[in-house]
Every structure is written in structure tokens, then in C-alpha cells.
Design a protein around this ligand. Structure first.
Ligand SMILES: NC(=O)c1ccc[n+]([C@@H]2O[C@H](COP(=O)([O-])OP(=O)(O)OC[C@H]3O[C@@H](n4cnc5c(N)ncnc54)[C@H](O)[C@@H]3O)[C@@H](O)[C@H]2O)c1
Length: 503
């Protein structure tokens, strides 16, 4: 079998509708080039519009330093696409024969170490890979709409799929901020659509029987279980429902209900009357709003929810947190390599730890970078320094952290939208509980000093919420940087206070 797998620089998309467009937006945002292929030439305009539409919410998902955006190209020549890309994601209509035929054709043009994955919502991978060349590199990678904001992707192998292909695909999806969930055994509908379908069938019954409207049924989830589901699934939630003895008690108490037929599951007949009720119900819920408007609202709250969950390191929030860790680490490594100074080694110069640019959404009504973003960039530089001396997620989880207790910024020159920037950092002082840092934000085009930030951090035991000595190894690394930089002239802004000049 061909060696797995290539570094994915270019993602090929087969079919560029709703799901293809979502894959494109996600991949481009995280620095992967996309070559999109569809039989309909008019889909080029469509996919470009879809990517643009996704950008607003995506750009607010994380402020961690991202690689430069990928480039989007389009073709109607499926074979040419297959020859040029490192990974192919198929998103054509959900018809077994069509998918089988197109996958087989494309597989003969793609090198055998190019993974080919299908977005199918419920078809079985063994059926899909039947006529393919090198079927061991094929798997199902089932995403969720909107692909650019929901991290879940179900990975399912067929009879011929190799474990290496599943692992390699899993690494690629993790790289672009997703949560790959390996499904142990192929079944129609994988895992999530099995669960969604059960709920959906019950909804159709309740509407058909005139028990509730579509809006009432949505309320029954949105105001209750839906809130829990964002971070804990039915099983863990039911474990809590059993009180102190947990799941065992829960099953004892509610187990007998399983014998009462609460649910039907066998779907009702899709009569014209039922279709009308579903359509009228959802139109009433949309209340005159267009699909685009509702999508934007959905995207905005999906971003906000993930940012909240990140604080709790749970569900999609832990995926986001892990992604940000990698982005910060990579940015720090690139910046250190660029400046030729690895923290703690050659650090006689200010350390260049952050490379970034002024994101369009950081700009205020004057066209300049907004005040609060300066503090954010300095915070990122502080994090990069701390990470390089051993204050990482594991350190924080051990109940130790460095808290900001004082900050002072000066503003010296303008930074405009998209302006490339970098930060240099000096360790001005360190003792067993305190670190004194001085950051300079520079424009890359002329190295002009844009702003300075001076900060004192206190080392704390975050469980006891008290100042506490830092780890001796961390302190030693900070001391080393401090000593190496001690011969540099002190920046004029160090030790300044806020105030009008005294006459
Ligand atoms: N829509 C969802 O919520 C969702 C979620 C997860 C997975 N999926 C799965 O993703 C796949 C695509 O669904 P969608 O909603 O994006 O469909 P869609 O109808 O929006 O897009 C399908 C695209 O495939 C193109 N196409 C048709 N035949 C083709 C061919 N031979 N070669 C290349 N392109 C071709 C069409 O022109 C169209 O642009 C399906 O398998 C579906 O089950 C959909």
C-alpha cells in the first residue's frame, strides 16, 4: 500500500454545493489552498460567495495568529483537480450509483497516497469504495452544516480502508480545527444521523398527529435539552439525572418507561398534509427572515457559544482551545526562527515572539487599530514568552499561573488594516513571584515602533487564589533571558506613569 500520507497543502473538492462551500471556507481560513471542482461552471460564483459569507463569523472564532489564508481556484475538470491536490473531499449529491461512479473515476487520476473522503450523510464506505483504484485510501468523513463552524467530523472506514488512512485523515481534520470522531463499525447513517433521525421521525409524528407545531417542538429542545447538549450529551446528562448513584439509579427509576411506547420511531407517511404542516410551521418560525439572515444569526451564536465553552475546556470549546494552543506555538516557533533567537538560548536581543497583522475587524471608524487590540497582541506576546519558558496548559492545569496585575501602554505610530506587525519582548525584571515585561509592537514594513506595553505579572496558586513562588525551572529560564538582555539600554517608556507632563 502507498505510504500515507502527504502534507496537505491543497485540498480538492468534488462538488461545491452547501457542504463543498463549507469545506472550502474552513480549509482556506486555516491556510490550506483549495481547488474546487463541480460539473456546473456557475458553481464558481456560488462557492466564492459562500466562502465570503462564512468569513465574517469565521474571522471572529479565534484571535490566535493564523497562517496566511489559502487560495481558492475552481475547475469543471474533475480529473485535472484529482491530479493536482493532496487530499480529496467528495460532496456530490447523496446517490450511491453517482458517488460510486465519480469516486471510481477520480481515483484513477489521483496518486495512490492521496486520501479520498466522502461527506456522505449515511452511505456505507464499503459500497462507495467498491470500484476505486487504491480503495484503502478511501473513507467517509461526514461533517455538519455549517462545516466552517462545527468541528465534528465522523470518520468511517469500509472493508478496504487502511487504519493509516483513517489516522492521516484524522490528523488533517484536527489541523483545520475539527474534532474527528472515529466510528468503530460502518452502519447506515453513521452515529450522529442515527440520533438526529430518531428525533426527526418523532417530530414528524407529533406534527402529523396535530400534537404540536414545528415551532413548539423546536422550543421544547431550545429552551431545555438543547442548552445542555452543547457541552454534555444525553448519556452524561442522564448520569446526573440519577442523582448521587448516577446512571444505575437513573435506569432503575426510568427503565420501566422504556416499555411504555413513548416513541414511535417508525416514520409516518409523508402525506401532502404533513408536508404542508412542516412548511407552514417553519415559515411561521422564519417570520419573514431570509435563509441568509437566519444563517448569519446561527453563525454568530455558534461562534459565541464556542468561545464560552473554551473557558470551560469542554466540548467544541476544547477543540478550539487545542487549535489555539497549536497556532500560538507555531507562531512563536516561526517568530523565534525568524529572529534567530530561541528563548533561553540566544536572547541578548529583545525576543521576537509574535508575528501578526491588523485584522480587518480590529480597525475602528478612523481606519486604525482599536485600542483594546493592542492589549490583546501584547497578551499574545506574553503568552508566547511564557509558553517558551514552560508555562503551558499543563503548567496551568497544575494550579499555577501568572496573572496580570498592572499594565501601561504608549501609542507611537499608526497601524492600519492588514498591516503586518511583530512584537519584541524584554524581561525587565523577575523575582520568585513577579515578572516585569516590556513589549514593543512594530510595523514590519519599516520597523517603526507602533506601541509599547509594560506589564507586571504575579505568580499565583490558582486554586488557593494566592501569590506563590513560581517553578524554579521557569524562573531560571526567565532569569537567563533577563540577564542576557540586561546590557541593552532601557527603553525610554519603561517605568512611565500615566499623566500630563509636569511643568
Ligand atoms: N446539507 C447538509 O446539511 C449535509 C451535511 C452533511 C453531509 N452532507 C452530504 O454532503 C453531500 C453534498 O450535499 P450538499 O447539501 O452540499 O448538496 P448540494 O446539492 O448543495 O451540492 C452538490 C453539488 O454537487 C455537484 N455535482 C453533481 N454531480 C456532480 C459530479 N458528477 N461531479 C462533480 N460535482 C457534481 C452539484 O452541481 C452541486 O453543486 C451529500 O452526500 C450529503 O449527504 C450534507
Amino acid at each position: 500500500m502507498a505510504k500515507m500520507m502527504r502534507q496537505v497543502k491543497t485540498l480538492g473538492l468534488l462538488g461545491t454545493g452547501v457542504i463543498g462551500g463549507g469545506w472550502a471556507a474552513r480549509a482556506l481560513h486555516f491556510g490550506i489552498d483549495v481547488l474546487a471542482a463541480d460539473v456546473k461552471p456557475e458553481m464558481e460564483a456560488w462557492i466564492r460567495g459562500a466562502v465570503e459569507n462564512a468569513e465574517g463569523a469565521l474571522s471572529r472564532l479565534t484571535f490566535a495568529p493564523l497562517p496566511p489564508k489559502g487560495k481558492l481556484s475552481f475547475t469543471t475538470d474533475l480529473a485535472a483537480m484529482a491530479r493536482q491536490v493532496d487530499f480529496i473531499q467528495e460532496n456530490i449529491p447523496e446517490q450511491l450509483e453517482l458517488k460510486q461512479r465519480v469516486l471510481a473515476e477520480v481515483s484513477h487520476h489521483a496518486a495512490s497516497d492521496v486520501i479520498i473522503a466522502s461527506s456522505t450523510s449515511g452511505l456505507m464506505p464499503s459500497d462507495l469504495q467498491r470500484d476505486m483504484a487504491a480503495p484503502e485510501r478511501f473513507l467517509v468523513a461526514h461533517p455538519f452544516n455549517p462545516v466552517y463552524l462545527l468541528p465534528l467530523v465522523e470518520l468511517v472506514g469500509g472493508n478496504a480502508t487502511s487504519p493509516e488512512a483513517l489516522d492521516a485523515a484524522s490528523r488533517f481534520f484536527t489541523e483545520i480545527g475539527m474534532h474527528p470522531l472515529k466510528v468503530r463499525r460502518e452502519i447506515p447513517g453513521h452515529l450522529t444521523d442515527r440520533l438526529q433521525e430518531a428525533l426527526w421521525r418523532e417530530i414528524l409524528h407529533l406534527v402529523n398527529d396535530g400534537v404540536a407545531t414545528t415551532g413548539e417542538l423546536d422550543d421544547s429542545i431550545v429552551y431545555g435539552p438543547g442548552l445542555r447538549w452543547a457541552a454534555m450529551g444525553t448519556n452524561l446528562i442522564y448520569h446526573l439525572a440519577g442523582g448521587e448513584p448516577g446512571m444505575r439509579h437513573m435506569l432503575k427509576q426510568f427503565g420501566p418507561c422504556l416499555k411504555w411506547p413513548w416513541t414511535k420511531l417508525e416514520a409516518p407517511e409523508l402525506t401532502e398534509q404533513l408536508i404542508d404542516r412542516m412548511v407552514e410551521g417553519t415559515q411561521a418560525q422564519a417570520n419573514g427572515r431570509s435563509i441568509r439572515e437566519i444563517e448569519r444569526l446561527r453563525d454568530d451564536y455558534l461562534v459565541a457559544i464556542q468561545q464560552v465553552l473554551r473557558q470551560y475546556n469542554i466540548g467544541a470549546g476544547s477543540t478550539l482551545r487545542a487549535l489555539e494552543e497549536r497556532l500560538y506555538e507555531r507562531n512563536g516557533a516561526a517568530a523565534r526562527a525568524g529572529s534567530g533567537a530561541a528563548a533561553g538560548e540566544d536572547c541578548a536581543q529583545p525576543l521576537r515572539l509574535i508575528e501578526t497583522h491588523v485584522r480587518p475587524e480590529w480597525v475602528d471608524y478612523n481606519g486604525h487599530m482599536t485600542d483594546s487590540r493592542y492589549l490583546q497582541v501584547f497578551g499574545d506576546a506574553t503568552d508566547a514568552l511564557y509558553r517558551s519558558v514552560g508555562v503551558d496548559d499543563a503548567y496551568r492545569q497544575s494550579g499555577r499561573a501568572l496573572y496580570a496585575v498592572e499594565s501601561h501602554m504608549t501609542h507611537n505610530a499608526e497601524a492600519q488594516a492588514l498591516e503586518p506587525l511583530y512584537v519584541t519582548t524584554r524581561v525587565v525584571g523577575v523575582d520568585e513571584k513577579r515578572v516585569h515585561l516590556f513589549h514593543c509592537l512594530h510595523r514590519r514594513r519599516d520597523d517603526a515602533l507602533v506601541a509599547t506595553g509594560e506589564h507586571i505579572y504575579l505568580h499565583v496558586n490558582s486554586t488557593a487564589k494566592k501569590a506563590a513562588p513560581m517553578d524554579p525551572a521557569v524562573r531560571a529560564k526567565l532569569e537567563k533571558i533577563h540577564t542576557a538582555q540586561a546590557a541593552l539600554p532601557a527603553p525610554v517608556q519603561v517605568g512611565r506613569h500615566v499623566g500630563m507632563p509636569r511643568s
